[in-house]
Design a binder for this molecule. Structure first.
Ligand code: 6PG
Length: 241
């Protein structure tokens, strides 16, 4: 886990989690643009962040989106209009609701996985600042996976590549994912976890029960790591005073 101690925000409801995390994203974006002229953010996929993206769109006026560059932490190897596409989820929840469009670096889920991974490696090389992402948003799977870095996968030990394609046996599908070095290099990581179905994995992470380190515990970010967890997901861990 992180060298700097992770900050834990336990929120009383999913709505409070989205409100708090949206405010954090917007303030990090304002700070990055003020200090460096741009804001490079990797988006999480899955279902948890959808409500956050809608809230960011509702509060879009608080950020100069013309200076924002959006990346994807991972993508399913499907076309961009497929129901499982993370890009489609982001387009519907955020991009279609923005008046000013950010630069969007989409992972080409429609291409052959290895080709799409190579393409995205080049996209990162050409567009990411030398010191990496300003912010990476991550969700957490019930098995402790982050992005598409799944337990037992060789992708967790790869320190050479920034983007990999991986066949996920448990899902019988190909995925594209940023690797741990990219997430670790980010100035800031935000993990968003909501719902009772995540209570056990949160307990494993925070009570150190994990016999083998979960993918999320393989993170060693150079920057700050903040957890935004709602009360249902935090039900099995001691609540901060
Ligand atoms: C994806 C995500 C993945 C997700 C977790 C949690 O493409 O599915 O990147 O890592 O964050 O699986 O998913 P939920 O938010 O749907 O619970």
């Amino acid at each position: 886990m992180s060298t700097a101690s992770p900050k834990l925000h336990v929120l009383p409801s999913p709505e409070a989690l989205y409100k708090e995390s949206a405010a954090r994203v917007l303030s990090l974006g304002q700070q990055a643009i003020a200090e460096r002229g741009s804001f490079h953010m990797a988006l999480a996929g899955g279902s948890t962040p959808r409500a956050l993206y809608k809230l960011l769109a509702r509060n879009a006026a608080q950020l100069d989106w013309s200076r924002v560059q959006l990346y994807f932490g991972d993508e399913r190897c499907v076309p961009p209009d497929h129901p499982d596409s993370n890009y489609r989820m982001v387009r519907e929840a955020l991009l279609d609701r923005l008046y000013t469009q950010p630069v969007v670096h989409r992972m080409a889920g429609e291409k052959a996985p290895a080709e799409a991974a190579a393409d995205y490696t080049e996209i990162l090389r050409r567009n990411l600042p030398a010191d990496g992402l300003d912010l990476a948003l991550l969700g957490l799977g019930g098995d402790g996976h982050i992005a598409s870095l799944f337990p037992g996968s060789a992708t967790l030990d790869d320190r050479k590549h920034s983007v990999l394609a991986d066949f996920i046996i448990s899902m019988n599908s190909w995925r594209l994912t940023l690797t741990l070095p990219v997430f670790d290099q980010a100035r800031q990581l935000m993990l968003l976890v909501s719902g009772a179905s995540k209570a056990h994995v949160i307990e494993q992470v925070f009570n150190g029960h994990a016999s083998s380190r979960l993918p999320v515990q393989r993170l060693h970010p150079r920057g700050a790591l903040e957890w935004f967890i709602d009360d249902a997901a935090a039900a099995l861990i001691p609540q901060p005073e």
